[in-house]
Design a protein around this ligand. Structure first.
Ligand code: DX5
Ligand code: ZN
Length: 221
């Protein structure tokens, strides 16, 4: 089964950004996760188009852009041009999902939707056929380094079931509080792609940590 580790550059050392991203690339990261926050949808501000360009320049990996912003459609063209491979919008911030997912695909990107912890999985039912990715938030979005919300595990299992029943091969990503303690349960429940910020950048050897996290995604006796 596929396992993708997607380090979040939100936890990187911004004084050495290019080096940090190149380090992830060389260290076996599958995707580079870029968290865009607008200070409105979430209570924090992060970065925008320049960071996507930096990730594109410093890495050959998939640039996975997580838009925690209101009116995300305002940014699609610029972010696609900057080199985003995946554009993920929050269902809570995007009332016109059909139009917006279609537009993302027209721009040549993979289209994802993210769900806050309190948002029911059923919101993806009607658009499952349009989705390249579902991102389940396992913390309340806005900050790195938060505690994993335990009830996310059951939600992953129900999302996996829904995607399978819809015949969808969308990526099932989990974002927030992923660590040595939580990754295996998320993988066993059916997630295949794991965003990790603090766990990787807080490790003494971030590259080794990517391998450790990947290695935990196996059946344990
Ligand atoms: C949270 C972001 C996450 C965050 C993950 O709002 O979407 O991607 O960077 O960080 P950790 O792994 O530290 O919870
Ligand atoms: Zn994220």
């Amino acid at each position: 089964m596929t396992v993708r580790i997607a380090p979040s550059v939100l936890s990187a050392d911004f004084t050495r950004l290019g080096e940090e991203i190149a380090m992830l690339d060389a260290g076996g990261a599958d995707w580079i996760h870029v968290d865009v926050m607008d200070g409105r949808f979430v209570p924090n501000l992060s970065f925008g188009v320049k960071m996507i360009e930096a990730a594109r320049r410093s890495s050959r990996r998939v640039v996975d852009v997580h838009l925690m912003v209101l009116e995300p459609e305002r940014y699609f063209d610029d972010y696609a041009k900057a080199g985003a491979d995946v554009l993920t919008i929050h269902v809570e911030a995007a009332p016109h999902l059909d139009r917006q997912l279609t537009r993302i695909k027209e721009l040549g990107c993979k289209a994802g939707i993210a769900l806050n912890p309190a948002t029911p999985v059923s919101v993806i039912e009607e658009v499952a056929h349009l989705l390249d990715l579902v991102c389940l938030m396992s913390v309340n979005p806005g900050y790195g380094g938060q505690k994993f919300i335990e009830y996310s595990v059951d939600k992953i299992a129900r999302t996996r079931l829904l995607l399978d029943q819809a015949g969808s091969d969308a990526v099932l990503e989990v974002d927030g509080g992923i660590s040595r303690d939580t990754i295996h349960r998320c993988w066993a429940a059916g997630a295949d792609t794991f965003v990790a910020g603090n766990a990787i950048f807080g490790a003494t050897d971030p590259q080794a940590e990517i391998a450790v996290l990947r290695g935990l995604c196996v059946e344990q006796a």
